[in-house]
Write a protein that binds this ligand. Structure first.
Ligand SMILES: [Ca+2]
Ligand SMILES: [Ca+2]
Length: 153
């Protein structure tokens, strides 16, 4: 009876550990906004190994049919940046713009219903919330409109 019980405990512990491991892994993937084996993601990490990636958005921001990757990453403590990794036959990386320090969200919406899809980035810093609307044109991230971005970046 004790042996059976201890085996049962071991199975229970094993199941708990496995389940916890799974859910943590899933949460990580959801948080990042892209699969970790995404080629554009891997390309960015290889090129900038010193910049830890915080959040990504995977969408065709150049309007050429190939998906691109919007990446928010850490530059130094309390300071984040954003770049676009342009997909297609050859990958290239855009200019850098400031990104929110915490709670980053990247959303895609074609706000003027034409040409490139726009992306809306929001976030906060010490409870100060801000957001900005960007468009990607001529290999540059263009800030179309911002609200309190300086307070959250
Ligand atoms: Ca594209
Ligand atoms: Ca547009």
């Amino acid at each position: 009876m004790t042996k059976r019980k201890s085996i049962l405990y071991m199975i229970l512990i094993f199941m708990c550990v496995t389940l916890m491991g799974c859910s943590q892994e899933e949460r990580k993937n959801v948080d990042m906004g892209v699969e970790r084996d995404n080629e554009l993601f891997v390309h960015f990490q290889k090129k900038y190994p010193e910049n830890a990636v915080i959040k990504c958005g995977y969408e065709d921001v150049t309007n050429d049919g190939a998906k691109d990757l919007v990446v928010i990453y850490n530059i130094e403590k309390g300071k984040n940046g954003m770049k676009v990794v342009v997909g297609g036959d050859e990958y290239s990386i855009s200019n850098e713009v400031p990104a929110p320090a915490e709670d980053q969200i990247i959303k895609f919406k074609n706000i003027d219903d034409k040409d490139e899809i726009e992306f809306i980035v929001s976030g906060s810093k010490h409870g100060n919330v801000g957001y900005a609307i960007f468009r990607f044109q001529q290999m540059e991230i263009i800030n179309l409109f911002g609200q309190d971005m300086e307070d959250c970046c």
